[in-house]
Design a protein around this ligand. Structure first.
Ligand SMILES: Cc1cc2nc3c(=O)[nH]c(=O)nc-3n(C[C@H](O)[C@H](O)[C@H](O)COP(=O)(O)OP(=O)(O)OC[C@H]3O[C@@H](n4cnc5c(N)ncnc54)[C@H](O)[C@@H]3O)c2cc1C
Length: 428
């Protein structure tokens, strides 16, 4: 049997098997939809990331039928240690009606493989090592499928695969969205971040660490470097160490990362053991498209999920939870559309998807744009951390805001303030 005949005529094609693509495929397959997933890579594969999972990400993992308490490999954490302005405070993850009171960290090499396995178990048909080169367009310009070739074999005859809906979950490159003219909005924030793995005696710590200021020597007596940093323990003696910087527009944040990373890591406490001999692999960087910088999230047969739709949070650089949430919402919308009896009815059903994405995070990300304008200036960041971190009540509020840890309905006083602020903000 040829690969082409094995693929057949799925109802939905998902391009990309990262967290966004795996979640989309899982929820579609669970609803009985015939879904085919293509990824140019063969899993397990690496992805440049901090590997941090907030309670919002844990909730999406649970929604995929995975119980991290019942299997090995999930390094749980209790919250965030925030360091800056000469202060160090611990902020536990708040438990709420919608979010568990713990976060996790797991190397993307394993995480993505586990999520994809779950999608396969649910019935998704996954084809690895297959690169999608372009969308297939109907006479009216609508996307009606994809053209695909085995990765690295560009001179092979391509295979054309037709489907009612195509999901671009191909990450920041967003090849399909770009091909149909959905361009990045240059007025939206963009970050660049870099990370490396280290073998460390503190790999089993129960707190993720966030550094709001980067110094290249003793605090106050040396240079304040642009950006923020993190140390995320992954278990089994490994930590993910990284830094990033964000800009309020798509203006590239051109920093000499390698140099800043080396200078900053050298200032971190010895007990982490972050020395060159303990580094595993290279320092690698990648862009973080934020604040819905590529829209509309649905047009004429093509849905955007995750980084392809610029869904990363401008508050903390988190993109796994929003990608998985979008995959879940996208799948629910497609199920409704496939059940309609006319093309017009199906399009009406599909219009619910961009609305659901905007309702979920549009107001929140709008506030995030203001936040980025403030913190892209390291001096303002220094003043905020110096005066903000010693105030525990303020910090509990800020923690809920930055980690997307607030309830969208009900909840406590902090939740209600954040609900009011995000409702007032225009939805991006
Ligand atoms: C340094 C760094 C640190 C980060 N830290 C965190 C963090 O700690 N926590 C967090 O939540 N987020 C973090 N993020 C963001 C997070 O990595 C992304 O938001 C997340 O990976 C988005 O998932 P996705 O499924 O949309 O895309 P991806 O994970 O990028 O997956 C896209 C998939 O599509 C495949 N693909 C691409 N093009 C094609 C094609 N043409 N044909 C077939 N397959 C294709 C790729 O092989 C890939 O498997 C970080 C990002 C960076 C750069």
């Amino acid at each position: 049997m040829t690969v082409g005949s094995e693929i057949g005529d799925p109802q939905v094609v998902v391009v990309g098997a990262g967290p966004g693509g795996a979640a989309t495929a899982y929820h579609l397959a669970t609803a009985g939809i015939d879904v085919v997933v293509f990824d140019k890579a063969t899993f397990p594969r690496d992805k440049v990331c901090g590997d941090g999972l907030t309670p919002a990400a844990v909730a999406e993992i649970l929604a995929m039928g995975i119980d991290p308490n019942a299997e090995e490999g999930w390094q749980k954490n209790r919250g965030l240690t925030v360091i800056g302005g000469g202060h160090r405070i611990q902020l536990p993850w708040p438990e709420s009606s919608t979010l568990p009171g713990y976060g996790m960290a797991r190397a993307r090499m394993d995480l993505d493989h586990r999520l994809l396995t779950q999608a396969k178990r649910a019935g998704a048909r996954v084809f690895e090592g297959m690169t999608v080169t372009e969308p297939l367009r109907g006479r009216d310009g609508a996307v009606v499928g994809v053209r695909v070739v085995p990765t690295g074999e560009r001179d092979r005859d391509p295979i054309d695969v037709k489907a009612r809906y195509v999901v671009d979950a191909g990450g920041a490159s967003a090849r399909l969205a770009t091909a149909v003219g959905l361009a990045k909005n240059p007025a939206r924030p963009m970050a660049v971040a870099a990370r490396a793995y280290f073998t460390s005696p503190r790999g089993d710590e129960e707190w993720m660490e966030s550094h709001l200021e980067l110094w290249d020597g003793p605090r106050g007596e040396s240079n304040l470097l642009p950006g923020y940093g993190w140390i995320f323990p992954l278990g089994e003696g490994t930590v993910n160490v990284g830094l990033g910087s964000v800009s309020s527009s798509a203006r590239a944040t051109k920093l000499p990362y390698r140099q800043i990373f080396t200078r900053w890591v050298a200032t971190l406490p010895e007990e982490w053991q972050l020395t060159p001999v303990h580094q595993r692999g290279d320092l690698r960087s990648a862009p973080l498209p934020m604040c819905h910088n590529r829209t509309p999230h649905y047009r004429a047969g093509l849905l955007l999920v995750g980084d392809a739709g610029g869904m990363i949070s401008p508050f903390n650089g988190e993109g796994i939870a929003p990608a998985m949430q979008a995959g879940r919402l996208g799948a629910q919308t497609i199920v409704q559309a496939l059940g309609r009896t006319s093309r017009a009815g199906a399009e009406a059903a599909m219009s619910a998807y961009p609305r659901a994405i905007r309702d979920a995070n549009g107001g929140y990300y709008s506030l995030g744009r203001l936040f980025v304008r403030l913190i892209e200036n390291p001096e303002i960041m220094r003043i905020c951390t110096t005066y903000g971190l010693p105030r525990p009540t303020l910090m509990r509020f800020v923690h809920k805001l930055l980690s997307d840890g607030f309830e969208r309905r009900g909840g406590d006083g902090f939740d209600r303030i954040l609900q009011a602020l995000t409702a007032m903000a225009p939805k991006v």
